[in-house]
Structure formats: structure tokens, C-alpha cells
Design a protein around this ligand. Structure first.
Ligand SMILES: NCc1[nH]cc(CCC(=O)O)c1CC(=O)O
Ligand SMILES: [Mg+2]
Length: 369
């Protein structure tokens, strides 16, 4: 079989002429091959020179398919007790903010145009218990931080609160542990109460990151029953059991609590992709307004599939380990911090994400300002 393609045999992966590919794989159809019915003659060298458009900054900008803007950013923030900011060793440049300072820090972000911040607490170890009751305390760190931000900034910025028990449990798991197992339904009941407490404090977006089954529907119902039908839900829908959360667990102080434990019985297996679609489908059906894929860069294929399948507002979380990798390499002079930061973030946009949770948010916003 002789297949002429744009005036010559197309070479696939630099090895086989297309005629031989067809000979080997008769099932492959012509329709699957790249074709351009509009300008077939133009698609060959020397008349086609893709480098032409890359020659100048202006033409590169003109044809760029994806852009990163400040409006794409959600800034994750850690809050702590006391009145001094605390550095986080594994996240250079990131600190835990005391409640007294958090509204000021968020005001700077809002002024630069960052739409929303996501809050995480470094709960004092003495308040962590097996039953995680601090999670539902109206006066816990998150709820005080939310009230402080809302009092100062009102609707100028969105406040996203994480729903999961890990910052509050002595064992570091996201749910309640019964007989060595993280139980689902009983955990979900507590998560509903946690969400209500956050909504009462003024939270705009409840973001369940716990990966219990059915929690989106139950939390939606609980919020509605309590009169919070306008509070948004951003589901950590496809969240993987990842090594890249390491520095975050240092930041909220759950590393030592978790010890040798892991979260593999509820967070997803990094080997899977179909399962991510099921998780997203369920969360959307249960009432999620936005869905998230997490971690980010190693899971861009998931972002793409989710966006293409559901066409719903889709976010990616560039997690602490991704941030730490870029920072560590930059500190050694092995990569350029700023360029790696921008490249990693535009990649999320290219993959189809509507926005990104990133510890770089303030730096990016300043750069784009
Ligand atoms: N469930 C809590 C939670 N929410 C966000 C992260 C990780 C964020 C990051 O690494 O930046 C985690 C950690 C975990 O699941 O262990
Ligand atoms: Mg789920």
C-alpha cells in the first residue's frame, strides 16, 4: 500500500516511513493521521518553516495559545498562633502567618488582583486529638483567620477553606480512625460540621480535600439546610496519594502525626486515570461547583481529560513538593526560579486548567503587575 502524504512519506517518531507503519498496523485508519485538508501543499519544508513565528517576541506573543494571568491564581496560606510569622524549612519563602497579620497579607494579594486565597492551619499539637474536635471549633485558627480577612476585605477576595481532619487529628489522617481504618460515613458527618463552622465564619468556598466518598453531596445538603446555599463548593475531586505533599505536612505539623502511615485507602493511586473521571463525575453530580486535580504537574494528563470530559470549572493544585523542587533547584543555581515558575504555571493553562492553586501566586501577581 502506497500512501502519499503531503508530497512525501511522513516519518513517524523518526523511524518508520508511514507506509511501513500501515503495513505493520493495518487497523490504523487514515483518519487518525494528522491531515490538513485546507493547506496540504503548505505543510512541507522549505515553504513551511515553523521557526518564522518564533523569531520575535511580538510574534511569539501574538500566536501564544495559552496565557497566565493573575485572575488564574489561588494563593494557599498557612496560619498559626502567636504574633510572629514562622518560616517553613521545606518551603523557602513561605511562612505561617499569625492571625493579626493575615488580613494585611491577603489585602496585598487582593490589591494585585489575586481572586482568592486558600487557608490552612498549623494547629497547636496540644489541640490535636483522635476525634479532631478542634476542626468544628468556631474559634479555631481557620475560622478566626476567615473572620479577620472578611472583616477587612469583604467581597474583594474569596476565602477558600479546606475541609479535612488532618490538621486536627493526632494521627494525621483526614478522617476518623476506627480499628485501624479511616472510616467513611462517620468522618463525613464531622466534615459536614466542619464545613458549617467555616461557612458561619464567612468562608466563600468550601474545599473538601479529604477524599471520603459522598462528602460533596452531604456537605452541600448540610450547607443548604443551614441557609448557606450560596456558599461554593470546590471539590478536591481527583486527589492522589502523593509523595509531593511532604512539605505541606511540615507546614501544618502533621508529618510526625502521620509517621509511617499513608493515605492510600482514600487518596487515589497514581497509576490511575479512569478512576479520576469517576471521582469528578460523582462530585459534579453531588453538587461541586468546581473540581480540582491534585498534585499538579505530574498529573497534567488528568487535568486535560477532566476538562475535556466534563467542561466544568477545573483547577489544579501545584502542591508543596512541586514548589519545593523548583525552589531547591533554584537555590543551587541549577534552574532559573522565575522562568521555571512561569513555565510550570502556563503548562496548567495549556493542559486546560481554569486556574491554579500555587504558593507562587503573590510572586507571579507582582511579576505580571
Ligand atoms: N487533606 C489536607 C491537604 N490539603 C492540601 C494538602 C496538600 C497541599 C500541598 O502539598 O501543597 C493536603 C495534604 C494531604 O492530603 O496530606
Ligand atoms: Mg470522591
Amino acid at each position: 500500500m502506497a500512501v502519499q502524504f503531503f508530497g512525501g512519506p511522513l516519518i513517524l517518531s523518526g523511524r518508520l516511513p508511514i507506509t511501513e507503519v500501515f503495513a505493520q498496523k493495518p487497523a490504523m485508519s487514515l483518519r487518525a493521521m494528522p491531515t490538513n485538508p485546507i493547506r496540504p501543499a503548505a505543510r512541507s519544508f522549505p515553504s513551511t518553516r515553523p521557526r518564522r513565528l518564533r523569531r520575535h517576541a511580538w510574534s511569539r506573543r501574538l500566536v501564544a495559545e495559552s496565557t497566565l494571568t493573575t485572575a488564574d491564581l489561588i494563593w494557599p496560606l498557612f496560619v498559626c498562633e502567636g504574633d510572629a510569622a514562622e518560616p517553613i524549612a521545606s518551603m523557602p519563602g513561605v511562612v505561617r502567618h499569625p492571625i493579626a497579620a493575615v488580613a494585611g497579607v491577603v489585602a496585598e494579594a487582593a490589591k494585585l488582583g489575586i481572586p482568592a486565597v486558600a487557608l490552612f492551619p498549623a494547629t497547636p499539637p496540644g489541640l490535636k486529638t483522635d476525634e479532631a474536635l478542634e476542626a468544628v471549633n468556631a474559634e479555631n485558627l481557620i475560622n478566626r483567620a476567615t473572620r479577620a480577612i472578611k472583616a477587612e476585605l469583604g467581597d474583594a477576595v474569596g476565602v477558600v477553606c479546606d475541609v479535612a481532619l488532618d490538621p486536627y487529628t493526632s494521627h494525621g489522617q483526614d478522617g476518623l480512625v476506627r480499628g485501624g481504618y479511616v472510616v467513611n460515613d462517620e468522618s463525613v458527618e464531622l466534615l459536614c460540621r466542619q464545613a458549617i463552622a467555616q461557612a458561619e465564619a464567612g468562608c466563600d468556598v468550601i474545599a473538601p480535600s479529604d477524599m471520603m466518598d459522598g462528602r460533596i453531596g452531604r456537605i452541600r445538603q448540610a450547607l443548604d439546610d443551614a441557609g448557606f446555599e450560596r456558599v461554593l463548593l470546590m471539590a478536591y475531586a481527583a486527589k492522589y496519594a502523593s509523595a509531593f505533599y511532604g512539605p505541606f505536612r511540615d507546614a501544618v505539623g502533621s508529618t510526625s502525626s502521620l509517621g509511617q502511615g499513608d493515605k492510600k485507602t482514600y487518596q487515589m493511586d497514581p497509576a490511575n486515570t479512569d478512576e479520576a473521571l469517576l471521582e469528578v463525575e460523582l462530585d459534579l453530580a453531588e453538587g461541586a461547583d468546581m473540581v480540582m486535580v491534585k498534585p499538579g504537574m505530574p498529573y497534567l494528563d488528568i487535568v486535560r481529560r477532566v476538562k475535556e470530559t466534563f467542561a466544568a470549572p477545573t483547577f489544579a493544585y501545584q502542591v508543596s513538593g512541586e514548589y519545593a523542587m523548583i525552589l531547591a533547584a533554584a537555590e543551587r543555581g541549577w534552574i532559573d526560579r522565575e522562568r521555571a515558575m512561569l513555565e510550570s504555571l502556563v503548562a496548567f493553562k495549556r493542559a486546560g486548567a481554569d486556574g491554579v492553586l500555587t504558593y507562587f501566586a503573590l510572586d507571579v501577581a507582582k511579576l505580571l503587575d
